[in-house]
Unconditional design. Structure first.
Length: 281
């Protein structure tokens, strides 16, 4: 498997939909977007830290206004991973509070557990808080774990599950991640579920095919409504320089950003890349 890159933001789930009272979603997808002339050379790759985006300049612009899936809102999550100190996080929160963010974007940040309370009490309420993990069931004698109930108690609205770093470094598997996701959703926490594509798909530039296949899978195995409501977001070296081009792509309903989310102004640029999605080429 490749490193994490594709995530399902499960805001379409019943529980999360209740939490966020989504407005009328159109669920419209572009149907007339022309195919890339040379998908293998033009397509984006999902990458780890060694790999970088290929040039996007040869990508043929899509002459269509993109209608977002899900709530109709772009979704940008900042995964701070195991980074930060009280001091650096104070600065990051201050930069985010000062930033001008497009209003029609769901913005979420995921600090390390120990800083959630600090962030929650100092960050603008326009940005919601996510955890980076949660326990698979109700809390109890599970040393070192954090329960969904505790996350809700401290004000978190989301949790990232299935991140490749937890799959490959910690050893979590699909079954365990699936149980965690089910528990969190059932308890009313939004889930950002991460699904890595195969390395050979990534290297063949099939990232967008993976996104489309995910949507098709949901359609066939769950329902048209869930397929339409689920936001499929992209993660993997998204930054201030490549976000606008990435945002235009069909079946990219937002981003999960790692390193670039640690810099407030750059993260704001990524959030505001939604404007490029709204512009008809
Ligand atoms: O959770 C985020 C992904 O692992 C991407 O991280 P990155 O933007 O630092 O490549």
């Amino acid at each position: 498997m490749a490193m994490l890159s594709t995530s399902l933001s499960a805001a379409g789930s019943k529980s999360a939909a209740t939490l966020y009272s989504p407005p009328n979603f159109s669920g419209l997808r572009r149907s007339s977007c022309p195919k890339l002339e040379n998908p293998s050379s033009n397509s984006l790759h999902l990458f780890d830290s060694q790999l970088r985006l290929p040039s996007l300049s040869t990508r043929r612009p899509c002459r269509a206004v993109v209608a977002m899936a899900g709530t109709g809102k772009f979704f940008v999550g900042g995964n701070w991973k195991c980074n930060g100190t009280k001091e650096s996080i104070t600065k990051l929160v201050s930069d985010l509070n000062d930033a001008k963010l497009e209003s029609d974007v769901d913005v979420v940040v995921a600090p390390p557990f120990v800083y959630i309370d600090q962030v929650k009490s100092s960050l603008t309420d326009k940005i919601e808080i996510s955890a980076q993990n949660s326990w698979v069931s109700k809390g109890g004698a599970f040393t070192g774990e954090i329960s969904v109930e505790q996350l809700k108690d401290i004000g978190a609205k989301w949790v990232i599950l299935g991140h490749s770093e937890r799959r490959h470094v910690i050893g979590e598997d699909d079954l365990f991640i699936g149980k965690k996701a089910a528990y969190a959703l059932n308890e009313g926490l939004g889930v950002i579920a991460c699904i890595g594509e195969l390395l050979e798909d990534r290297e063949a530039g099939k990232t967008f095919e993976v996104h489309a296949a995910l949507r098709d899978w949901l359609k066939k195995n769950v329902s048209d409504e869930v397929a339409s409501k689920t936001r499929i977001i992209y993660g993997g070296s998204v930054n201030g320089g490549n976000c606008a081009e990435l945002a235009k792509q069909e079946d990219i309903d937002g981003f999960l950003v790692g390193g670039a989310s640690l810099k407030g102004p750059e993260f704001a640029t990524i959030v505001n890349s939604v404007t490029s999605k709204k512009v008809a080429a």
